[in-house]
Design a protein around this ligand. Structure first.
Ligand code: PLP
Length: 344
C-alpha cells in the first residue's frame, strides 16, 4: 500500500446490528448516526442499516438530519438537539427531541402538528425536562419519550437502576407515546432497560458496550498505513520529536505513514501498539503529524508493507484505552486525510 487507509467493514456493521437486535429482544433498534456516523460516514452507514431493516435513526444536529434525509427519504429521523428551527425541521420531515420546557412551548405555539419526541432527564443533568416538569406535561401529544443513561458501561452503578425506575414512572404519564432509554451499554443491562426502542451507537461501530472488547461485537473500522522506510537504530539513539524514546538496544524501526493528522492520537505515546507482519508491536517515540515509528526488530518487513493501527488485531477499545480515551473519541477523530474504503 502507499497511503493510509480506513476500511469500513459494512458487513461487520450489519453483524453488530444483528447482535444488538438479538440483545434488544424485540425492542426496535434505532441506530444513532450522529457525528457522521461516529466518524465512519453517516450516509454509507445509514444506507446499510436501512437495508438491514432499521427504520428510525438519530442524529444530534439539525444539519445532520437534513443531510441524512437526502440519503434516507422514508426513515424516521430524530434530532437530539430538539426544536431549534421549526421551518427547517418541517421541510426535512425531522422529528425534534424536545429537551426543555422552552422547546416544548415553542413547538406547541409554532408547530403543534409536527411530530415530536420528548427527552426526560432521569439523572444525567445534560438535556431533557426534569421528572417534576414532566408531571406537568402529562399526556402531551408526543410520539416518543426518551431518556439517556449516564453510567451504562458500568452495569453495577446504582444510577442505572434509579434512572430505569424514574423512566418507568415517567412513561406512565404518556400512555400514547413509545419509550426509549437504552444506548449500546443499556441494551445489555437487562429487560427493564429495553422499553419499546433502543438507541445504539458505539456498539454498531465496533466498540464494546462496556468500553472494552466484547466477543459479540466485531471491529468495523480497519485503519492501516504503509511502512515508508525501515531503518536500524543503534542502542542509545533516540527516535522522533523531543527525543522522547531512547533505544535500549539496537532496534529495527519502521517509519509508518500515518500521524495525528490522520487520527493516530498523539496520546498513543507511550502505550500504543500496531500490528505488523503478524505481531503486535509497540509504537516508539512521539506521534508526529504525518508519521509514527514502530518497533519491527526481527520482523521481515519492508517499505510498502501495511501496518494495522486499528482493526481485528488492534481493537478499538484497547487502542482508545492506550491513549487514555474512549472508542467514541478515537473514532470521531479519524480524519478525512486517510482514504476511505467501504467493504460490503
Ligand atoms: C450518543 C447517544 C446515544 C448512543 O450512545 P452509545 O453509547 O454510542 O450507544 C444514545 N442516546 C443519546 C441521547 C445519545 O446522545
Amino acid at each position: 500500500m502507499d497511503s493510509a487507509r480506513i476500511t469500513v467493514d459494512l458487513g461487520a456493521l450489519a453483524h453488530n446490528h444483528a447482535a444488538l437486535r438479538e440483545a434488544a429482544a424485540g425492542a426496535e433498534v434505532a441506530p444513532v448516526v450522529k457525528a457522521d456516523g461516529y466518524g465512519l460516514g453517516a450516509a454509507q452507514v445509514a444506507r446499510r442499516l436501512w437495508d438491514e431493516g432499521a427504520r428510525s435513526f438519530y442524529v444530534a444536529r439539525l444539519s445532520e438530519g437534513e443531510a441524512l434525509r437526502t440519503v434516507l427519504p422514508d426513515a424516521a429521523i430524530y434530532v437530539f438537539d430538539g426544536y431549534l428551527d421549526g421551518a427547517r425541521l418541517e421541510a426535512a420531515r425531522l422529528v425534534p427531541v424536545l429537551n426543555s420546557l422552552q422547546q416544548v412551548d415553542a413547538w406547541r405555539a409554532e408547530r403543534p402538528a409536527l411530530p415530536a419526541a420528548l427527552h426526560i432527564d432521569t439523572g444525567m443533568n445534560r438535556l431533557g425536562v426534569r421528572v417534576e416538569e414532566a408531571e406537568a406535561l402529562k399526556s402531551l401529544p408526543v410520539e416518543l419519550v426518551i431518556s439517556h443513561l449516564a453510567c451504562a458501561p458500568e452495569p453495577e452503578h446504582p444510577l442505572n437502576a434509579l434512572q430505569a425506575e424514574r423512566f418507568a414512572h415517567v412513561t406512565s404519564l404518556f400512555p400514547n407515546a413509545r419509550a426509549s432509554l437504552a444506548n449500546s451499554g443499556g441494551i445489555f443491562l437487562g429487560e427493564r432497560f429495553r422499553f419499546d426502542q433502543v438507541r445504539p451507537g458505539i456498539s454498531l461501530y465496533g466498540g464494546g458496550p462496556c468500553e472494552r472488547p466484547d466477543a459479540r461485537i466485531r471491529p468495523v473500522a480497519i485503519f492501516e498505513a504503509p511502512i515508508l522506510q525501515v531503518r536500524n537504530v543503534p542502542s542509545g539513539e533516540s527516535i522522533g520529536y523531543g527525543a522522547a524514546f531512547v533505544a535500549d538496544k539496537p532496534l529495527q524501526v519502521a517509519t509508518v505513514g500515518a500521524g495525528y493528522a490522520d487520527g493516530v492520537l498523539r496520546a498513543s505515546h507511550p502505550r500504543g501498539h500496531a500490528f505488523v507482519a503478524g505481531e503486535k508491536r509497540r509504537l516508539l517515540g512521539r506521534v508526529s503529524m504525518d508519521l509514527i515509528a514502530v518497533d519491527v526488530t526481527d520482523l521481515p518487513v519492508r517499505a510498502g508493507d501495511p501496518v494495522e493501527l486499528l482493526g481485528p488485531n488492534i481493537l478499538l477499545d484497547e487502542a482508545a484505552a492506550a491513549a487514555g480515551t474512549t472508542a467514541y473519541e478515537l473514532l470521531t477523530r479519524l480524519s478525512s486525510r486517510a482514504e476511505r474504503v467501504y467493504r460490503a
